[in-house]
Design a protein around this ligand. Structure first.
Ligand code: NAD
Length: 477
């Protein structure tokens, strides 16, 4: 428990698990097996930097090996600690089960402020950290496959992949040791945007169900909905950009480290991000919106959809009662503490839980891993065959129309779309959309059909714990 009386992230996740498992018919032994974190490896290593040796502490935690490889991001932040890494690894287990990616749960972290080091220094640190994990098979295409998380991205994943290849020169599947790589280094189209895209698809699916929208006290579709987003990093930026540019949502506030920007008419997300890129990650001084220094307070402003997309525990005992949004989608992992979850549910707020909401990243990581193992880009074999078949149909229709004197004209816009075969990006988006829809439907079925389940988080846990239990049972446990 911390000074504010709030439970640790790990305890919070465990309590959420307990709340759901209580409603399931499971032996206490299996329940305990699923709950516990299998192992956490702590490493301390030195790197010579700026003329002296700097020591860093890192973790790789494996929560559940009911399926292998295990999967989960690597986070770079000063706040990284064992408790946090274990909580995040547990969430990965449940997330993978919910969206049916065939992985166990894992997570890693390095205690570092990535902004304090230049690119070359970060490469040395990352390669050394990767070396320590690779030699213990804690990075391995068949056993443990990391991905990006807070503070890391494509660049770090490319260094890790290269480090693995250097240490495993004859492993033909070396590239599958990590996901989230840049496309030119074995990555997949659409991975960078995947988590934010998944948040968008999750909201689209939610708004397809009028009954669910009504439970949040809302009506209509996404168009015109007021959104507040916290964190304009990978997840928050893409989610806010797509929702505003493609679904007509109004991003009325963006909260970042240095305060918040507000505009009731809707902020231009791309413009704000470009401004931050040019100003060392700062929003202050952005000319087209009001800036307030107290970002946290803006979480309490009125909006239709609150999107916490930065870090855990931001909605807690201290502010939950004052949250003024009927719908919260947890784009970050663990942004709502157990105690806050209780308060919000009593207020009738609908929460789309993290293990579902931000599963777009691991879903597209799964596609990338499959691509690496199959050594071929998606769409390469079938794209032109698909186009040729569509051409045949169009030509035949036009011939019939001319023969019969019907005068049918296919519109150029329809023809262009219809004749286009699916490339890798189109296939990735289709797979992600399907995953987000299917997983939502599995959750909502439990939410609606069971009288003892009144929120989506418990429903999500019930679905995923059930699947993990099934996997353990088939292993004879
Ligand atoms: P990121 O580092 O790209 O972005 C985080 C953003 O939050 C940064 O812009 C940072 O400045 C901002 N931020 C940090 N502290 C803040 C604070 N106190 N108040 C407001 N803003 C703050 O990280 P990300 O990859 O976008 O991850 C964000 C969250 O999403 C994390 O919880 C992560 O675990 C989760 N997540 C990420 C992925 C992924 O694919 N990257 C996948 C699933 C879940």
């Amino acid at each position: 428990m911390d000074v504010s009386g709030e439970l640790s992230f790990r305890d919070s996740v465990d309590l959420m698990f307990n709340r759901a498992v209580k409603l399931m018919d499971m032996s206490p032994g299996l329940e305990q097996k699923i709950r516990v974190c299998n192992s956490t490896y702590t490493v301390r290593f030195g790197v010579r930097l700026r003329g002296k040796i700097e020591t860093f502490t890192g973790y790789r935690s494996v929560h559940s090996e009911h399926m292998e490889p295990v999967k989960g991001g690597i986070r770079y932040a000063l706040s990284v600690n064992q408790n946090e890494v274990e909580a995040l690894a547990a969430l990965m287990t449940y997330k993978c089960a919910l969206v049916e990616t065939p992985f166990g749960g894992s997570k890693g972290g390095l205690c570092i402020d990535p902004r304090a080091w230049d690119e070359h220094e970060l490469e040395l640190i990352t390669r050394r950290f990767a070396y320590e994990l690779i030699k213990r098979d804690l990075i391995h295409p068949a056993q443990n496959v990391p991905a990006p998380d807070m503070g890391t991205g494509e660049r770090e994943m490319a260094w890790i992949a290269d480090q693995f290849a250097r240490m495993n020169t004859t492993d033909i599947n070396a590239r599958a040791c990590v996901t989230g790589k840049p496309p030119h280094a074995g990555g997949i189209q659409g991975r960078v945007e995947a988590t934010g895209r998944g948040v968008q698809y999750a909201l689209r699916e939610f708004f397809r169900h009028k009954e669910d929208v009504a439970r949040a006290g809302l009506s209509g579709g996404l168009d015109g909905k007021r959104i507040i987003v916290q964190g304009l990093g990978n997840v928050g930026y893409h989610a806010a950009k797509f929702l505003s540019e493609e679904d007509g949502c109004k991003v009325v506030a963006i909260i970042e480290r240095d305060g918040a920007l507000l505009d009731p008419a809707g902020l231009n997300v791309e413009d704000v991000r470009q401004w931050m890129n040019r100003h060392d990650g700062q929003m202050a001084g952005y000319p087209d919106a009001k800036h307030v220094a107290d970002g946290k307070a803006v979480l309490e402003e009125a909006c239709d959809i609150l999107v916490p997309a930065a870090l855990e525990g931001v909605i807690n005992k201290g502010n939950a009662a004052r949250i003024n949004a009927p719908l919260i989608i947890e784009a970050a992992n663990g942004p709502i503490t157990f105690a806050a979850d209780e308060i919000l549910r009593q207020k009738g707020v609908v929460i789309i839980p993290d293990m579902y909401a931000n599963a777009g990243g691991v879903t597209v990581s799964y596609f990338e891993w499959v691509k690496n193992l199959s050594h071929i880009r998606f769409g390469r074999m079938q794209r032109r065959a698909e186009e040729a078949r569509s051409h045949l149909i169009v030509e035949e229709l036009e011939r019939l129309s001319a023969d019969q004197g019907l005068g049918w004209q296919l519109s150029p816009d329809f023809k262009e779309k219809f004749l286009q075969g699916s490339d890798e990006l189109a296939l990735v988006r289709s797979g992600l959309d399907d995953t987000m829809r299917t997983a939502y439907q599995a959750m909502r079925k439990v939410w609606h059909e069971r009288d003892d389940v009144d929120d989506l988080r418990v429903a999500a846990y019930i679905v995923s714990i059930g699947r993990v239990a099934q996997a353990y049972r088939s292993k004879g446990l």
